[in-house]
Design a protein around this ligand. Structure first.
Ligand code: FE2
Ligand code: FE2
Length: 169
């Protein structure tokens, strides 16, 4: 019989997904950016971001305190999504690793946005079911065609990240 994993909370599911994506990114670096592994990472990250933006963050909108944090997380999503458009290399991967570490910290744990959202939701278990059932997001066909990184750097700056830490500008 097929083993279907069960999850006790949205927080648990999303934190495990962070760990899965971190591992995929490390594997793709180790494989010198094997196309299949990196695309698995990209697809997973886009689905993860879509779950947050479409299902989870709307629940937090009513809370003034959380709304500010959510606005910051959305800007960071913009930067992360921009950075997975070009063909990967060591510099891009290092920036992604750092940005994901900073970003995930704001979402995880008792102080994080998942915990807050779970407690604001009227039906957290129904919300968890929707999260688990969320479909894959198709990868853009424009992927890898991007040569000019200037828009990517601007998205990073808007989100409070420093492109010059990772790239020669
Ligand atoms: Fe996020
Ligand atoms: Fe996340």
């Amino acid at each position: 019989m097929e083993h279907v994993p069960t999850f006790g909370s949205i927080q648990e599911y999303m934190e495990l997904d962070h760990a899965r994506l971190d591992a995929l990114l490390l594997n793709s670096i180790a494989s010198n950016f094997d196309r299949t592994i990196y695309n698995e990472f990209r697809k997973g990250l886009l689905r993860h971001i879509a779950i947050e933006e479409k299902l989870l963050f709307p629940t937090a909108k009513s809370e003034a305190k959380t709304a500010k944090l959510v606005a910051r997380l959305r800007l960071q999503h913009g930067a992360l999504a921009a950075l997975i458009v070009p063909a990967p290399n060591e510099k891009i991967a290092n920036a992604l690793k750092d940005m994901l570490a900073l970003h995930n910290q704001l979402e995880e744990g008792i102080e994080g946005v998942y915990h807050t959202i779970e407690h604001l939701s009227d039906h957290p278990m129904t919300l968890l079911d929707s999260v688990i059932a969320y479909p894959n997001v198709p990868l853009s066909s424009a992927i890898d065609k991007l040569i000019d990184l200037a828009p990517v750097f601007r998205a990073m700056e808007r989100a409070g990240f420093e492109p010059k830490k990772y790239f020669e500008l």
